[in-house]
Every structure is written in C-alpha cells, then in structure tokens.
Design a protein around this ligand. Structure first.
Ligand code: ADP
Ligand code: MG
Length: 239
C-alpha cells in the first residue's frame, strides 16, 4: 500500500510542554489507523498535525510525497478534514449544517444539494435535512458532524474520539459508518477505547507521553505485545 501521509521526526511543543516527541509515522492509503493512548498522550496534537492545522516545531510532514510547508499548505488543507472531539453545530437546519463547508468552497446549489443528500444517506439520516440540528439527540448530532465532514469528500479524514460521548447504540452506528469508508478514505482516528481500536482498525498506533511506542496490526498489538510497556498499555494500566 502506498503512503498517504508521513511524519518524519515531528516534535510539537506548546510553551514548555512537548506534546509530540520525534514522532515518525506512516499513514497508508485507504487504511483505518487508530491512535490509542491515555489523556494527555498527544493524540489530538498528532491529529492536528496530520490535518495540517498545526505545524511541527521541528520535523517534517510529507503529504503524498510532497513536503508540506509554505505555499502548498492551503491547497493541501482542502484535501483533509478533521472532526473535532467537541464539534459545534450551527443553530440551523441539518441541511444548512452539512452544506456550510460546501458553500464556503463556492459549489453551486445543485452540487451542494446532491452532496448533502449523499452525506446524510451515508450516516443514515436521510430525510433529516429540514430538522433543526440542535434539537436532535446527541448520537444524531454526532452523525450530522460526520456528514458535514464527509460532504467535503476528504482524501484524509481525522476523527478525534468520535464516539467518546455516545451511548453504545449510537457508538456502534458511528463505528459502522467509519468502517464503511475503509479503502476509500484514509482515516486516522484517536480513541482511548481499546475495544473500539480492536474492532475497527487496520493498524493501531500506541502513543504515550508524546511518543509513538508501537504501530502494528491490532492482532499483534493486542495478542502479542512486543514488550512490557505495550502489554500494560493494552491491559489499560496506563489509562
Ligand atoms: N494549545 C495547547 N497549549 C498548551 N498545551 C497544550 C495545548 N494542546 C495540548 N497541550 C498539551 O499537550 C499535551 C498533549 O495534549 P493532547 O494532544 O490534547 O493529548 P490527548 O488528545 O492525547 O489527550 C498535554 O500535556 C496538553 O496539556
Ligand atoms: Mg484529545
């Protein structure tokens, strides 16, 4: 599989805090890569760097063979979408919420309607367009947030703890939607739910104290941990 995006010795510091330390990581085309790690491990920072929203303090981001920086950032950013952990919906209809980013990109009305309807179908909210987004249940709102991201047709989708605040039923629905994108959209998702990581991932990366301590197939990470740290990690002893 080809590499979609690559980090080379990326360090990201905030004032005195090193959120990422010398992270080298390849994300492959079309895979679902899950980043697991306790609170404060650096998961959100890693996603923000991959989403080209945050620049490394040192090190390099390479997107489809192209070193990211300077003049190409704004053009590459259009190919990448991040769904934030506490995503905010507009006090508007579901349709308007999903259409928002498309309007900013200047698509025409027919294209917008088609993309919004496709995105709503793919999150199983067909027919929800006219409803007020903020009146929906938490699970439905999370699916609107996902639809808003999908409508942009990103090549690379970053999801920050997409099911953290959902009940098991809605979490399962969101997981199914994510699984359905496998192979078409490259996905990096952060979670501290190791069961979810087991179910959904092509590969799992373990992040601890800003360092990637292992990346491998879930089978290897969870059943044949390389060392004592990973073993403790997947048993949840760091969480
Ligand atoms: N904007 C910021 N300013 C200062 N410190 C930050 C900022 N964002 C993250 N950090 C710090 O960086 C570390 C990693 O945070 P984060 O990437 O949010 O981890 P996670 O998502 O795994 O919980 C934490 O110590 C956090 O406090
Ligand atoms: Mg986080």
């Amino acid at each position: 599989m080809d590499v979609h995006v690559k980090l080379e010795r990326v360090t990201r510091k905030y004032d005195g805090i090193t959120a990422l330390r010398e992270v080298t990581l390849e994300v492959k085309n079309g895979e679902i890569l899950t980043i697991i790690g306790p609170n404060g491990a650096g998961k959100t920072t890693l996603l923000r760097v991959l989403a080209l929203l945050d620049e490394p303090s040192s090190g390099k981001v390479v997107y489809r063979g192209q070193a990211v920086g300077g003049s190409n950032i704004s053009q590459l950013r259009k190919k990448v979408t991040m769904v934030f952990q506490r995503a905010v919906l507009l006090n508007e209809t579901v349709f308007e919420n999903v259409a928002y980013g498309l309007k900013l990109r200047g698509l025409n009305n027919d294209e917008i309607t088609e993309r919004v309807n496709d995105a709503l179908s793919s999150v199983m909210l067909k027919g929800f367009g006219p409803r007020m987004a903020k009146k929906l249940s938490g699970g439905e709102q999370q699916r609107v947030v996902l639809a808003r991201a999908l409508a942009l047709n990103p090549e690379l989708l970053l999801l920050d703890e997409p099911t953290a605040n959902l009940d098991p039923t809605n979490a399962a629905i969101v997981e199914r939607i994510i699984g359905g994108l496998r192979g078409r959209t490259t996905i990096v998702l952060a979670t501290h739910n190791i069961f979810q990581a087991k179910r959904i991932s092509d590969r799992v990366g373990c992040l601890l104290g800003g360092e990637v301590i292992d990346v491998d197939k879930p089978k290897n990470i969870f059943t044949k941990p390389k060392n004592e740290i990973i073993r403790k990690f997947v048993r949840g002893e760091f969480f």
